[in-house]
Write a protein that binds this ligand. Structure first.
Ligand code: ZN
Length: 192
């Protein structure tokens, strides 16, 4: 499942097919526009150089945190302080807005259309994932070339790859080839 914070972290893209290629999409205009539109956030495109630098810093911090939680560790006081530091400039105002099925809900809306505000939302979304007792569902894709960060929303919490059809299949093929190379007959049938 894609979340605001994982989408943000994964702006640092690595070629999952293993070419060794990687790309920082954060500074790319199409990424910025797509990200804002997908998450209904507002900020100037292109983002200023200072904003890009700050976002890379946040991304680095969140990436380290995600890897730590994916490894079974818990949030420490300094981790919460890091999130607070990015949330502090993101001022909000309150509004009662229509919810599902005729209900009314309290919404917190950003005051400014700035990347600072976007970073506050990203930090808040990470913290909320942890607070909802779901930090144990944060994963790093098991394909070492991919390293995609994702949220495992499967019932039995066994999702290993960002995408079973892509990384999952690729790793299956690699294991198959490795076994074949080791002289075993992997499928139990005649070798082609
Ligand atoms: Zn992957």
């Amino acid at each position: 499942m894609e979340t605001l914070w994982s989408d943000f972290i994964n702006s640092e893209w690595h070629d999952w097919k293993g070419s060794g290629r990687s790309e920082d999409r954060l500074e790319k205009l199409p990424w910025q526009s797509r990200f804002l539109s997908d998450w209904q956030l507002r900020a100037p495109v292109p983002a200023a150089v200072g904003d890009i630098t700050a976002m890379r810093q946040l991304r680095k911090g969140l990436h380290a945190l995600a890897v730590k939680l994916a490894g079974g560790e818990e949030m420490a006081g300094e981790d919460w302080r890091l999130l607070n530091q990015y949330m502090e400039p993101g001022r909000v105002y309150r509004e009662f807005a229509p919810g599902d099925g005729g209900t009314v809900k309290l919404e917190y809306r950003p005051v400014a259309a700035e990347w600072e505000q976007v970073m506050a939302e990203v930090a808040a979304s990470f913290g909320q994932t942890v607070l909802q007792g779901e930090a144990g569902r944060i994963r790093v894709c098991d394909n070492p070339d991919c390293r995609w960060i994702f949220y495992d929303d499967t019932r039995n919490r066994t999702k290993k790859y960002c995408d079973d059809k892509m990384c999952g299949n690729l790793m299956k093929v690699r294991r198959f080839r490795a076994r074949k190379k080791a002289g075993q007959n992997p499928d139990g049938g005649a070798e082609a």
